[in-house]
Each structure stands twice: as structure tokens, then as C-alpha cells.
Write a protein that binds this ligand. Structure first.
Ligand code: HEM
Length: 397
């Protein structure tokens, strides 16, 4: 693996507002389910189901993932990000587009769905052009670069097909291609690309221990995405599932050989998130083979619980680390008390997994109860991290 170059990281003003917007989106997800549990109990073609799914994917996941790209491309691939000031415009257009799009579904107003969806799509295309230009300058391929390039191509398809459907051109083939490119392509390939670098780094794995399956998992997920998008359901799903299983085995190997204590919460919750992604991929394949598993259940496990726990656990490690890089001499480990934040993770797991379970059982009361627990965990998490950041900023002056 290539060394991480933290000197190349962008100014925090680029990724941090994306993370903040994404965490606000994460909080909005359980709040929406408390206000109206029906959102977590319906699938396409019900407007409530589409609204809830895009609150997760566009309100929470997209901003967090865009922020992560701004951080990871320079640090992991050593490729400078062209025109960083564009990030602010992308954030504003994405936030406005997603708000109008979601409100449009909320009040069933097709013009707002079309306008918001198109604006969000344009913002995502500006991001693709910016990051694509950084990737185009790379001289040699690496595992993370391959994952990110595949994910960006998939995002280009998602951001074309989504707005097209928002404008009223909904067909079964477009929907299948949109969902496949979004879930197997954009989401999974981004996670694979990032974790091949970050997991061995934070687990302190000796450089001699590499991934056993090389480009195999990324190639399988990419091939699976294409097959799924063109309607070859079970075969494409099987390829993507095999890719995810091999990736999980690689992650277990890299983390297992690490010098970092494996019982640390960040390690345990990262492992739980990986297991949830494997489970969601297996569930999707079972659905393609005829088991009729609702999209919302797969989404609540794979799109909400797994990324929420992964992001919350990893940020606990990353925030003090980045703060320590900025201001030497300040004891960031003491400011960012991981013990306090660690207590929130089991509550978050209970809330988000409870939400998936209650949605599976179609229980309104269960959805509301689990959503209250999840919302409380996110509020506590934001309060703890916000307090640590404020203490850090005042002590670093
Ligand atoms: C510009 C961004 C996007 C727009 C405008 C958009 C728009 C849409 C539309 C209009 C539908 C179909 C609704 C119907 O059946 O009438 C849909 C379905 C869906 N989209 Fe998106 N989308 C976007 C991004 C995403 C992203 C980033 C993801 C996931 C990472 C995603 C995941 C899905 C899924 C899973 C469905 C199926 C919903 C269901 O069956 O309940 N979309 N999208």
C-alpha cells in the first residue's frame, strides 16, 4: 500500500462542512421516522419510501462520502484537488437540491421533485468533474484509485438516471440501473477503495501483510454492478456478493495482523459494519433469487446502520488524529475523550439495528421506539464531538 501523506490534506474548511451536513442528515433520518413511522415502512412506488431512502442516501451518505473524497484523494493518492473553492458551491447546490427534492416527495409536488433532483444531479456532476480531474493525473493504478474511479463512473450513472426519473421518465429498466449503480457501484466501490488503505493504517498492520485477493474484490463488484444494471440480476448479484465476501476476508486479515488492540470500540464497530454490509449483499442476492426482501430492509441495514456505525466509530479515531496534526503540543487524546464517545456507540447500534428490525416486522411502534434511541445517540455523539472540537479550538489558539 502507498504511504498516507497527511501534509497533502486539504484545509479543514473543504471537507468539514460536508461532514457536518452529512451528520445533520443522519440525525434527520430517525427524526423523520419518529414524526411519521410510515416513511420506514414503505418501498417504491410509495412516495414515503422514496423520500426516506433518499433522505438516507442524499441527506446523510452523499455529503459524508463527498467530504471523505476531498480528504482521501490528496492523502491516499497524493493527487492535489483542483479548484478547492468549487467545493463550497457544490455543497450549497447539493444541499438546496436535496432539500427541494425531498420536500417535493413530502408534499407530492412533481415540479419540486424535478427541479430539486436536477439541481442535486448537477452538483454531483460538478463533483465528478473535479475529482475525475484529480484522478486523471495519477501515473500508476492502485487498489484505492481503482475503487474510487469505478465509484465515480457509477455516480455519473446514478446522477444521470436519478434526475431523468425525477423529470418523469420512470421505467423499470432505468430504476434497476439507477439502484444497481447507486448501491453496488457508488457506495460499495467507495467503501472498498477507502478501507483497503484506512483499515491497515489505523490497525497498524505491518507493510509486509497485504490483501490476499488483490484487485479481485473491486473487479468482481464492478462487474457485478454492470451486470445488475443491465438486468442480469442473480448473476450480477452473485459476482458483487463474492467481491464483498473476499473484501471482508481481506479486511479481517489486514486488521487481524495489526498491532492495534483489536478490542478497541473502533475496531469492533468497523467489524460490525463490515458484517452488516456482507449481510445486506447476501440479502440482496436472496431477493434477486426470489425471496422478495423489501428494499427498505436492505437499505436500513446496508445503507444506514453499516455506514452510520462505520462513520461514527472511525471519526472518533480520525478527529483527534487530524487535530493532533494541526496543533502540536495540545494533548488531543485528552480533549477528545474516547471513553465518553465509546458509550454512545452501543446505543447507536441498538437504535439503527432496531430500526431495521422494526421495519422488517412492519411495526410502527417499534420504528418509533428505535428511531428515538437512534436520534438520542446521534444527538449525544454530536454534542460530545462538538464540545471536544470547541475545547480543541480554544486551546490551540
Ligand atoms: C441526483 C440524485 C438522485 C435523484 C434525482 C434520484 C431520483 C430517484 C427517483 C426519481 C427514483 C424513483 C422513484 C420512482 O419510482 O418514481 C429513485 C429510486 C431510487 N434511488 Fe435515487 N436518486 C438520486 C440519487 C440516489 C443515490 C445517491 C442513491 C443511493 C446511494 C439512490 C438510491 C435509490 C434507490 C435504492 C431507489 C429505489 C427506491 C425504492 O425502490 O423504494 N438514489 N431515485
Amino acid at each position: 500500500m502507498q504511504q498516507l501523506d497527511f501534509r497533502a490534506r486539504p484545509p479543514s474548511a473543504l471537507p468539514v462542512p460536508f461532514f457536518a451536513l452529512g451528520l445533520a442528515g443522519l440525525l434527520a433520518v430517525p427524526i423523520a421516522a419518529v414524526i411519521d413511522p410510515a416513511v420506514a415502512l414503505h418501498d417504491h412506488p410509495a412516495a414515503a419510501g422514496v423520500l426516506f431512502l433518499h433522505l438516507i442516501t442524499l441527506g446523510f451518505l452523499a455529503p459524508v462520502m463527498l467530504g471523505a473524497y476531498y480528504q482521501l484523494i490528496p492523502v491516499v493518492l497524493h493527487a492535489p484537488m483542483p479548484c478547492p473553492a468549487l467545493g463550497r458551491w457544490i455543497l450549497a447546490a447539493l444541499a438546496a437540491g436535496v432539500l427541494v427534492f425531498l420536500a417535493g416527495w413530502g408534499v407530492r409536488f412533481p415540479d419540486a421533485i424535478a427541479a430539486g433532483g436536477t439541481l442535486a444531479g448537477l452538483a454531483l456532476y460538478a463533483f465528478i468533474a473535479q475529482v475525475g480531474a484529480a484522478l486523471a493525473r495519477l501515473r500508476r493504478p492502485t487498489l484505492p484509485a481503482a475503487g474510487f474511479a469505478g465509484a465515480l463512473l457509477a455516480l455519473a450513472a446514478v446522477s444521470l438516471l436519478g434526475p431523468l426519473m425525477a423529470l418523469g421518465f420512470v421505467t423499470r429498466a432505468l430504476l434497476v440501473a439507477h439502484v444497481s449503480a447507486a448501491l453496488a457501484g457508488w457506495l460499495l466501490l467507495t467503501i472498498l477503495g477507502a478501507t483497503y488503505q484506512l483499515v491497515p493504517f489505523f490497525a497498524a498492520t505491518p507493510p509486509a501483510i497485504g490483501p490476499r485477493f488483490g484487485y479481485g474484490p473491486i473487479a468482481l463488484v464492478a462487474a457485478g454492478t454492470l451486470l445488475l444494471a443491465f438486468g442480469a440480476g442473480p448473476v450480477g448479484g452473485a459476482a458483487a456478493l463474492l467481491g464483498v465476501v473476499l473484501w471482508a476476508a481481506d479486511m479481517a486479515r489486514l486488521a487481524g495482523h495489526g498491532r492495534q488492540a483489536r478490542r478497541e470500540p473502533v475496531a469492533r464497530y468497523t467489524a460490525l459494519a463490515i458484517a452488516l454490509l456482507v449481510l445486506a449483499a447476501a440479502g440482496a442476492e436472496a431477493d434477486l433469487l426470489g425471496a422478495a426482501i423489501p428494499v427498505r430492509v436492505l437499505a436500513l441495514a446496508g445503507l444506514l446502520s453499516a455506514p452510520a456505525l462505520l462513520v461514527m466509530a472511525q471519526l472518533q479515531k480520525i478527529l483527534p488524529f487530524l487535530a493532533a496534526l494541526e496543533a502540536r503540543g495540545v494533548k488531543t487524546e485528552q480533549l477528545f475523550s474516547r471513553q465518553t464517545a465509546d458509550r454512545v456507540l452501543p446505543v447507536a447500534a441498538l437504535g439503527f439495528l432496531g430500526l431495521a428490525a422494526a421495519s422488517t416486522l412492519a411495526s410502527q411502534i417499534g420504528v418509533r421506539a428505535a428511531a428515538i434511541v437512534a436520534a438520542a445517540a446521534v444527538v449525544a455523539y454530536l454534542a460530545i464531538q462538538g464540545r471536544a472540537l470547541r475545547r480543541f479550538l480554544s486551546s490551540a489558539k
